[in-house]
Design a protein around this ligand. Structure first.
Ligand code: ISE
Length: 327
């Protein structure tokens, strides 16, 4: 994902100059740096993010390092776009929020790029214009081709489902109050996980996370309102016809499916830094905390088989404006 972000910043975002590629694997970093014309290639993230010739840092390292690197970058005076999740635990997310609050200005955004996907955008507009009546529920499918060996049922909730936690909260404009998570019995390393959530406005959200779906990357969503519904369409560029069949292809993973969303998100991030006017769709550290709080409650629910309350702390002043814009 880091390489994809670097490519977007180098080729698709006119206001950005790719200064540094930083990766623990120096060979990989050098290859990418040469390919994209990065000014420097480094292996030490702390050295990279404290450089004077760097204004902004995009973090796409393993989840467990997100909070520490985000705080270090912020304290070095940089703007940050951190891949989701902001942190695997709410405690670490809160540490980021405390550091940002100490700074007194919003410097951190979280890579919930689905907010920039044109199809989810159409869904949100339909809801806000009243075209489907009152929002009642959202049905979601999140299917990956295959999960890495180290992926667990808990990670389906803390690493995959946060996309749905965030986008449904963004579309509905409501906070979650409770969650139930169930894992299907299976001999496979990671079996599908099924989640049901209730919002403070009484809406229901369900999510199937199936990370070993085998056939393709398939994200679906239907928003059901009191007088209509909206289906999310994945971009379809061609239909292949042969042997008495018409076939459409699935993408192998999320990067081609959400290519537009990543590009638009990264452009909005850089343009916001340059102009000082932040795109209200960009997820804040507070949005990151909210999705981690749901994930934590979801993991407890998976372990206990019971509905779990989702805590929703009061929104600090620093995030009030962002909340009213994005929620
Ligand atoms: C991955 O980190 C993503 O962000 C993908 O969008 C998601 O489909 C996948 O399950 C995650 O592991």
């Amino acid at each position: 994902m880091g390489a994809d972000h670097a490519r977007i910043l180098a080729s698709d975002v006119p206001g950005a100059a790719l200064q540094v590629i930083c990766d623990a694997n120096v060979t990989r970093a050098r290859e990418l740096g040469d390919q994209l014309g990065a000014a420097h290639v480094l292996t030490d993230p702390l050295e990279a993010l404290s450089r004077a010739d760097v204004d902004a840092v995009l973090i796409a390292s393993p989840d467990s390092t997100h909070a520490e690197l985000t705080i270090a970058a912020m304290e070095a005076g940089k703007h940050v776009l951190c891949e989701k999740p902001l942190a695997p635990t709410s405690q670490e997310s809160l540490r980021v929020i405390e550091a940002e609050t100490r700074l007194g200005e919003r410097r951190v955004h979280v890579g919930f790029m689905r907010r920039f996907d044109p199809a989810y955008g159409a869904m949100k507009s339909a809801m806000e214009s009243g075209g489907v009546g009152d929002a009642l529920m959202m049905h979601n499918f999140h299917r990956n081709v295959t999960a890495p060996e180290w992926f667990t049922g808990e990670m389906a909730i803390s690493n995959s489902a946060p996309h749905e936690f965030d986008i449904c909260r963004f579309v509905l404009g409501s906070e979650y109050v409770s969650v139930l998570a169930v894992q299907m019995p299976s001999k496979n390393a990671i079996a599908p996980v099924f989640l049901v959530l209730k919002t403070a406005d009484g809406q229901m959200v369900n999510i199937e996370v199936n990370n070993n779906a085998a056939y393709g990357y398939d994200v679906r969503c239907e928003l059901v309102g009191s007088s209509g519904s909206v289906d999310l369409n994945a971009p379809v560029h061609a239909t292949y016809k042969a042997s008495l069949q018409a076939v459409q292809r699935f993408d192998p993973d999320w990067r081609p499916r959400f290519a537009d969303a990543y590009r638009l998100q990264n452009k909005a991030w850089i343009n916001g830094i340059a102009s000082g006017a932040t795109d209200p769709r960009l997820a804040t550290a507070w949005d990151g905390l909210c999705s981690t709080l749901v994930a934590e409650a979801g993991v407890v629910s998976l372990q206990t088989g019971t509905w779990q309350p989702v805590s929703s702390p009061d929104v600090p002043a620093l995030y009030q404006a962002a909340k009213s814009n994005s929620l």
